[in-house]
Design a protein around this ligand. Structure first.
Ligand SMILES: Nc1ncnc2c1ncn2[C@@H]1O[C@H](COP(=O)(O)OP(=O)(O)OP(=O)(O)O)[C@@H](O)[C@H]1O
Ligand SMILES: [Mg+2]
Length: 379
C-alpha cells in the first residue's frame, strides 16, 4: 500500500558530471569483479549447503552494488529508472528463492560481465581523455555521447523488459481484482445488513401496527388511532434509515455538487478546522468521484476519531491525467492501515482504478494519507 516516492526526472548529466560518474565506475570496478566472483563461488558451493548462506549475503550486496550503477545510469540519462525487483516475501530461504528465480538476478550477472569489460573500458576511456591534456578536445566532444551510450546499455540490461513489465502488471491487476471483489462482497453484505436491521424491521413493525389498528377500528377507535400514529412515526424512521443507506452507496451531495462541493460539505461538518485546497475539473468519472469522496470521508472521520488534532487539511488536485489527493492532520500520529478496516477499505476502492495510497503517520504526527488516481475529466 505504501510505496517509495517516485524519483523526479532531472536533466541529463553534463560533461563534468559524466566524467565524475565515469571515475566512480572505475573505482567500483574492483567491487564489481569481487561480487561477481563471490556469486559464482557461492553458486557452486550451493551443493554443499554453505553456498546457500553465502548467497543469502552476497545477493543483497550484489543488488546494492547494481542499484548504485542503476542510479548512475539514471543520472547520466536524466530519466528515472524504476525498481525492477519482485517483492520479497520475508524469511531467509523464501527471500533467497525469490531472488534466485528473479529474472533480474540473471540480467544483473550478465550486466556484470559487460561492466567488467566494455563498460569498464568506456568509463576508463572517459577518465583517461580527461586526464591527458592533449586529448581534451576529444574529451570535450566525446565524453557526453560515450557515457550516454554506456548508460543506455546499463539501462537496457538493468530494467525490466516489456514481457516482464506486462507480467508484473498482470500480477498487480489480479491482486487488485481479488481485493475489489472481496471489498464489493463485503459492501453488499453491509448494505444487506443495514437494510435488514433498519428499514426492513421497521416496515415489518409498521405493517403489524396497521394490521392491529385495522382490527381495532370498530371496537376501540382511540387505540387504533394511537397505533396508526405509531406506525407513521416508525415509517418516517424507516425512511430516514433508507436515506442513510442510499447515502452510503452514492451520496446525493456528490451527484448534485460534484467532488469539490461534496468535500467542502464534509469539511463543514468537522469539529476540527479543515483547510481546503481543491483544484479539480468540473466532473470526474462518477465511480472515481465516489471512491475519492469516501476516501476523504474516511480519513476525516479518522482524524475526528483518533487524531486529537487541532488542524487538518485536504488537498485535491488534478493535472489533466492524475488526481492527487492528500488528507492530513497535526494530531498524535500512529495511523496503521493494518489495524482497522477503514484505511484498507479506502485502498481497495482506489485499487479498482489503479489508484495507489500511502500513509505516513509517525508517532507524534503529523498524519498524512495521500493517494493518486489516474483518470481523465469526464465530459
Ligand atoms: N488520523 C489518525 N490519527 C491517529 N491515528 C489514526 C488516524 N487514522 C487512523 N489511525 C489509527 O489507525 C487505525 C486504523 O484506521 P482505520 O480507519 O483503518 O480503522 P478504524 O478507524 O479504527 O476503524 P473503521 O475505520 O473500520 O471504523 C485506527 O484504529 C487508529 O488507531
Ligand atoms: Mg477509520
Amino acid at each position: 500500500m505504501s510505496r517509495p516516492p517516485e524519483p523526479l526526472p532531472a536533466p541529463p548529466a553534463g560533461r563534468w558530471a559524466a566524467t565524475g560518474y565515469a571515475a566512480l565506475h572505475v573505482l567500483l570496478f574492483v567491487p564489481v569483479v569481487l561480487t561477481f566472483v563471490l556469486v559464482k563461488v557461492s553458486a557452486v558451493l550451493v551443493v554443499v549447503w554453505v553456498g546457500i548462506l553465502l548467497l543469502a549475503g552476497v545477493l543483497p550486496a550484489m543488488r546494492g552494488l547494481v542499484g548504485l550503477h542503476r542510479g548512475i545510469a539514471a543520472r547520466v540519462l536524466g530519466t528515472p529508472l524504476a525498481s525492477p525487483y519482485r517483492p520479497l516475501p520475508g524469511g531467509l530461504l523464501r527471500d533467497l528463492h525469490v531472488r534466485a528465480t528473479d529474472p533480474m538476478t540473471w540480467r544483473e550477472l550478465l550486466w556484470m560481465l559487460w561492466a567488467m569489460t566494455f563498460g569498464f573500458v568506456a568509463s576508463l576511456l572517459a577518465v583517461v581523455l580527461f586526464l591527458g591534456v592533449v586529448t581534451w578536445p576529444l574529451w570535450w566532444y566525446g565524453v557526453g555521447p560515450l557515457m550516454r551510450a554506456r548508460a543506455t546499455v546499463d539501462r537496457a540490461v538493468l530494467t525490466v523488459g516489456r514481457t516482464e513489465r506486462l507480467e508484473k502488471r498482470v500480477r498487480a491487476l489480479t491482486e487488485s481484482r481479488a481485493v475489489v471483489v472481496d471489498h464489493s462482497a463485503a459492501e453488499l453484505r453491509r448494505i444487506e445488513r443495514d437494510l435488514h436491521d433498519g428499514p426492513q424491521a421497521r416496515l415489518a413493525a409498521v405493517s403489524l401496527s396497521l394490521g392491529l389498528a385495522d382490527d381495532l377500528f370498530e371496537t376501540d377507535p382511540e387505540a387504533a388511532r394511537r397505533l396508526v400514529n405509531e406506525a407513521r412515526g416508525t415509517s418516517s424512521a424507516a425512511l430516514g434509515e433508507l436515506r442513510d443507506v442510499v447515502r452510503g452507496i452514492h451520496p446525493p451531495v456528490l451527484a448534485d455538487r460534484g467532488l469539490t462541493g461534496a468535500v467542502s460539505a464534509l469539511a463543514i461538518d468537522m469539529a476540527v478546522p479543515v483547510e481546503l485546497a481543491l483544484d479539480l475539473p468540473d466532473r470526474l468519472p462518477a465511480p472515481v468521484e465516489s471512491a475519492v469522496y469516501f476516501a476523504v470521508a474516511e480519513c476525516l472521520a479518522n482524524t475526528a476519531k483518533h487524531a486529537a488534532a487541532d488542524q487538518s487539511w485536504v488537498s485535491l488536485r488534478h493535472d489533466g491525467r492524475v488526481l492527487r489527493a492528500e488528507v492530513g492532520d497535526d494530531g498524535r500520529g500512529g495511523a496503521d492501515p493494518r489495524s482497522g478496516s477503514g484505511l484498507p477499505g479506502v485502498a481497495a476502492r482506489l485499487a479498482a482504478f489503479d489508484g495507489i495510497m500511502s500513509v505516513s503517520s509517525p508517532p507524534g504526527g503529523p498524519t498524512v494519507v495521500s493517494w493518486e488516481v489516474p483518470c481523465a475529466p469526464s465530459a
